[in-house]
Write a protein that binds this ligand. Structure first.
Ligand SMILES: [Zn+2]
Length: 706
């Protein structure tokens, strides 16, 4: 510890000492989890599966829980931490997530802190003080901290009574997220001799076994919860002017937070610009950017409503934003696991969320090549091809996509009614003849050519190449002339999706036939394909509304109030209230604080802090109370000028480019400017040189207009 340990003037950033905390820390017996769920977190009921896990962890059992993203994982250790004596240490690799959770817990009146490399010295000292005082209930630490022996001694002294491990799959040496320091957790558990609860969203049977072996001595109690995320709409489209498809998807969801995943860094920049040109707030993100540029994007995304981040897969790990309303893939993801993890970032608050995944023959070729040219051993490569096939099978699915997705994760389900295929079942046709023609064209040309040339052969389209290779004399020449070119492309793409043909990396993507295609070629099996799915998407596909039409204006007023409160405190909007809570407010319209307390997500602390102000939005008692400085101008010309200034200021809040640090003038300053002469120096005297640099010229223009 380098930082000085005591300093009275320090801000108690990470520790809150409001009455609820003290009650939690000192009253015996400890409150029951279900009671805390309502008083602290403001929920009436557990989400499916949460209750059993909370019960087992509270009882001090060793627990391994596999829950899908958004299943309410964090409550499963936070509630036991509050209803047990002593300190719970939470080990997580995600610094941003730890900081957000501490912030959210503190806002709910819980004493929590984090020791991470992202801390300021003040934050670190405040955490130490709370530990020394025996007040802290939850301590978040990064795995790297386990490497120092001091951590173990500190936890012993702090009466640590429970270890919670987030992202437990990081202990798996064969996984993609392996963190060597996770291997120390088993030792820590033995040294402290306390129960351990491990959580993860992604673990197949082998990884589960590995986690159990490395983290626990005996057998933990295992909870395996469903992978279904019914609030997420699943949608795939073959690429057809992909940029336009993404722009049209985003246009239908303007003002909502979303992520667009792209296959390359260059594409993130181009697409972000196209979105900005189309009037969206959008920025790009990839691993090639400077660390602080990336952090800036992460912070903005976390805090702003309605920002679109166009990113490579580098973006997402550690983003814990519950109100991401949509995720689009401009390119096909790498595997079904990656797909599930990436779309799973949408709609964690349980409110409706949308997804769109674009795919084309180029993607399939690119992904196959990536696997083939990689350095993995052959059996790993064939497993990777298998995982890609599963995703392609999902892309080309002929029935409910959710059934296909859940089947992959070992679950069964009925048609969901919330995917593109349930909405509009695809038209299928017996494509055995076409597929046999295509396979035969491949074999006759010795499996040495790609799709473009094969289609020329099938359609009898003469080129230099067909002449040079003598392909115009083949028996298959022109046998598919009646099928248009774009339909042949769709047939080949679906054949790749069904793994009947594979591009061969060693032959520059020439198509080769696979074993499952042989019985079709021999006429022993038939094959059903989707009638060409390529057609122009409508400009604006219907969007699911979060609330009914009659509640929409109230919801947007509630959101505006939330934004103002969040900006004033410098926290993300959902820390004030989640979308889900605001939706419930808009729908139930509580008229008293008592009724407000019954809304999900409104705990005692938040009721006290925000109840009255949101109530006034609903009852309209003090509708959007204007600032006193503006009220004084009401009914006068200056009033209109003030409003213009305010709107100009909003437009420039982040500078001309939209990338600068946010800046604004006080209401009193704006009221003064509204009465000032249209003169740059006069304006600068009121708002100061720094603000004048950004707003001065625009303000003078407003004054000149009048
Ligand atoms: Zn469905």
């Amino acid at each position: 510890m380098k930082a000085s340990r005591t300093n009275e003037s320090q801000e108690k950033l990470a520790v809150d000492s409001c009455p609820v905390t003290q009650a939690v820390g000192s009253v015996h017996p400890m409150p029951a989890p279900a009671e805390l769920l309502s008083t602290i977190f403001g929920f009436d009921a557990f989400r499916p599966g949460q209750a059993e896990i909370v019960e087992a962890v509270t009882a001090g059992h060793d627990v391994l829980a596999i829950m899908p993203t958004g299943g309410g994982k964090s409550l499963c250790y936070q509630l036991p931490a509050l209803s047990r004596d002593g300190l719970t240490v939470v080990i997580s690799p995600l610094i941003a997530l730890m900081r957000d959770q501490v912030r959210a817990l503190t806002a709910a009146g819980v004493s929590a802190g984090a020791l991470t490399s992202g801390n300021t010295e003040e934050e670190t000292s405040a955490v130490w003080q709370a530990i020394e005082a025996g007040e802290l209930k939850l301590l978040y630490i990064a795995p790297e901290r386990l490497a120092s022996g001091g951590t173990e001694r500190m936890l012993k002294r702090a009466n640590c009574s429970l270890i919670a491990v987030d992202e437990a799959h990081c202990v798996s040496q064969w996984g993609h997220d392996f963190r060597p320091d996770y291997l120390r957790i088993g030792g820590l558990r033995r040294a402290l001799d306390v129960p351990l609860a491990a959580f993860t969203a992604t673990a197949d049977a082998e990884t589960r076994e590995e986690i159990a072996r490395r983290l626990f001595d005996g057998e933990p109690e295992v909870f395996l919860h469903g992978f279904d995320r019914p609030n997420i709409t699943l949608r795939f489209q073959p690429k057809d002017q992909p940029r336009r498809q993404i722009l049209s998807f985003a246009a239908a969801r303007k003002g909502q937070s979303g992520i667009v995943y792209c296959g390359t860094r260059a594409k993130t920049e181009g697409l972000a610009k196209a979105l900005r040109d189309d009037g969206h707030a959008a920025c790009h993100y990839h691993a090639g950017m400077e660390a602080d540029e990336r952090r800036n994007v992460e912070t903005r995304f976390q805090q702003e409503d309605g920002l679109i981040v166009v990113a490579t897969v580098a973006f997402g790990m550690g983003i814990d934003k519950p109100d991401i309303r949509w995720v689009a893939h401009a390119d096909l993801p790498k595997s079904i696991e990656a797909y599930y993890q990436e779309i799973g970032r949408a709609g964690r608050d349980g409110a409706p969320a949308d997804t769109l995944t674009l795919f084309g023959a180029d993607d399939i070729r690119f992904r196959r090549q990536q696997i083939d040219e990689g350095l993995a051993p052959p059996e790993m490569k064939s497993a990777d091809h298998g995982r890609l096939n599963a995703l392609l099978g999902l892309a080309e699915a002929q029935r409910c996509r959710r059934m296909a997705l859940l089947r992959y994760f070992g679950e069964t389900a009925d048609p969901c009614g919330n995917c593109d295929l349930c909405e509009a079942p695809p038209e299928l046709f017996d494509a055995t003849t076409e597929v046999r023609k295509a396979l035969s064209a491949m074999l006759r040309t010795e499996e040495r050519f790609g799709i473009g040339h094969l289609i020329d052969v099938l359609r009898g389209t003469g080129t230099d190449k067909t002449r040079r290779f003598g392909h115009e004399d083949l028996p298959t020449w022109g046998v598919g002339a009646e099928t248009p070119k774009h339909q042949w492309q769709a047939i080949f793409r679906q054949m790749m999706g069904l793994d009947l043909v594979r591009p061969d990396a060693e032959r520059h993507g020439a198509l080769r036939m696979t074993d499952p295609a042989r019985p079709i070629l021999r006429g022993e099996e038939s094959v059903t394909l989707r009638r060409d799915t390529i057609r122009r998407a409508e400009r604006r596909p219907a969007v699911k509304q979060l609330v009914g039409e009659e509640d929409a204006p109230l919801l947007s007023a509630l959101k505006a109030r939330r934004r103002a409160l969040a900006e004033a405190q410098g926290v993300p909007a959902y820390v004030v209230f989640t979308d889900r809570t605001l939706i419930e407010m808009a729908e139930t319209r509580p008229e008293t604080l008592d009724a407000m307390a019954r809304v999900g997500g409104v705990g005692a602390t938040k009721l006290q802090r925000y109840g009255a102000t949101f109530l006034s939005v609903i009852t309209g008692d003090a509708p959007e109370a204007p600032h006193p400085a503006r009220r004084k101008l009401a009914g006068r010309t200056e009033g209109a000028i003030y409003d213009r200034l305010l709107s100009v200021q909003n437009d420039l809040a982040r500078g001309e480019t939209g990338h600068d640090k946010p800046m604004s003038c006080s209401s009193a300053q704006l009221a003064k400017v509204a009465r000032a002469p249209a003169d740059p120096d006069a304006v600068a005297r009121i708002i100061g040189d720094r603000h004048a640099a950004r707003f001065g010229a625009a303000f003078v223009d407003v004054l000149r207009e009048n």
